[in-house]
Design a protein. Structure first.
Length: 254
């Protein structure tokens, strides 16, 4: 890989596993110093180890990115460690699936807070640095589920919210040299989608096959597919793209 991100510093939330870990690895492989953020530094240790083993630079940070004081402390710690921030990837996300009549206030709030509020808080804190340096890239994770998915009223609402947040921040921050985009994955093989399969009484491999059969390219996505798209949106070559949500779903209509 090249060095598109040489001299750049990226923060990736929810980077301990799945898509977040793949994004952190991809950015590091192309020269970025990466702040691997998750609920605890210990959770991010494996991602950091994989990056450093491949010659990259990464440091793990612990924070609950749905909480303002922890977001402020995280961003300050990253700047203290690396000297700057250039790229923010809002990837932290959870599911608490249930049909509407069974969904609790707590399950609604948890998903909205982790998936949407965290993107707002992290973007608000990082933009202080981006606008000052007249440069910044924000890439947030939406989802194909934003179009609606049975048992995911909370998740779908949070991911639709990411689309609106992205479009609005692109308008507000564009004059300061900041690009803001989102990626909406289709079915990606991760621990989260495996858990979804078990919730509906299916073996994860069985659900992957069903999903692949319904996808025009006849396979499910891998975290690396999303990482490649995030890297493109975080790079200077995409500097005239902003306010967009890129669907990465193998050609699926829904």
């Amino acid at each position: 890989m090249g060095n598109r991100f040489e001299g750049r510093v990226a923060v990736v939330t929810g980077a301990a596993q799945g898509i977040g870990a793949a994004v952190a690895a991809r950015l590091a492989a192309e020269g970025a110093a990466v702040a691997v953020a998750d609920l605890s530094a210990e959770r991010g240790a494996e991602t950091v180890e994989a990056i450093t083993k491949n010659g990259g630079r990464a440091v793990a940070f612990g924070a609950d990115v749905s909480q303002t004081p922890e977001v402020e402390a995280l961003v300050a710690a990253v700047v203290a460690e690396f000297g700057r921030i250039d790229i923010l990837v809002n990837n932290a996300g959870i599911t608490r699936d249930n049909l509407l009549f069974k969904m609790t206030d707590e399950d609604w709030d948890a998903v909205i807070n982790v998936n949407l509020r965290s993107a707002f808080l992290m973007s608000r804190e990082c933009q202080k640095h981006f606008t000052k340096q007249k440069y910044g890239k924000i890439v947030s994770l939406s989802s194909r589920s934003a179009l609606g998915n049975r048992g995911q009223a909370n998740y779908a609402a949070s991911k639709a919210g990411i689309m609106g947040l992205t479009a609005t921040l692109a308008i507000e921050l564009g004059p300061y040299g900041v690009n803001v985009n989102a990626v909406a994955p289709g079915y990606i093989a991760t621990a989260m989608t495996d858990a979804t399969a078990r919730r509906v009484g299916l073996d994860p491999e069985e659900l992957k096959k069903l999903a692949a059969d319904q996808t025009p390219v006849r396979r499910v996505g891998e975290p690396e597919d999303i990482a490649a798209t995030v890297a493109f949106l975080a790079a200077d070559e995409s500097s005239f793209i902003s306010g967009q949500t890129i669907q990465v779903n193998g050609g699926a209509n829904r």
